[in-house]
Design a protein around this ligand. Sequence first.
Ligand code: ZN
Ligand code: ZN
Length: 274
Amino acid sequence: MIKLGRHISIAGSMEFAFDRAEDDGCSAMQIFVTNPRSWSMSAMDPGTAGKFSDRSERSSVSEVIAHMPYLPNLSSSDKRIYDRSIKSLKGNLERCDLLGISHLVTHMGSHMGMGTQKALSNISEALSQVADVAPGVMVLLENEAGHNNSVGADLKEMAEVRDRVGGERVGFCLDTCHAFAMGYDIGDADALERIDSEMGLDKIRAVHVNDAMMPLGSRRDRHANIGTGYIGIERFRKFFSHGDIRSKILILETPLSEKISEKEEIAEVRRLLS
Ligand SMILES: [Zn+2]
Ligand SMILES: [Zn+2]
């Protein structure tokens, strides 16, 4: 069974995401479980988890993953931001647990000029601090496009954090646009081999399937609709022909387009997978 879908809005009420995902022909989806643009996290309405699980049980969407909000920076050396980020991670893990979501994607953040090594120990320490919070939820570190001060554009940095934290708490989410921006020619056998040797394809649980608006190695994070960017249909076809990739949770985070509806885009990727 192919687990394919996109990032879906939870506007109105969390369980509405299932309706939207089903309308788009998704068998998987990614959602935010808190307000993505805010630090504040009020207690979840007591009925929400129940409604979400009930809806989940009668949905064709079989895989749901969550994405951390934008503000936290687990790599920060600023104590105030760091502590708030850990609190947010905790809150998001707890919510995932309540909602029955088993994977939470997070960016590794920015070292803000303090250097990569310091950042890697900060984020490893943060993940270790929450070891006992919702241990059934796996944290998926996402690779970055390589903009200034970003942590985790180099896949080896992601592997280092996983090793430092230990156990099975940490897995990976590979974003194709970000990897392409860092010079990994998605679809090329050598690039896949390099990804495998640097982070281990078996540690990747989810793939963000995004085409790239900028050329290979641009270090720019600009998503394009599938087939309209520099990665293009043929590279995606080769990428998906790899058995290890097809079995992952595949999530599109592509822009809304006048040329192709969300439903058509999912259908297009499904054809590439078949
Ligand atoms: Zn992504
Ligand atoms: Zn991106």
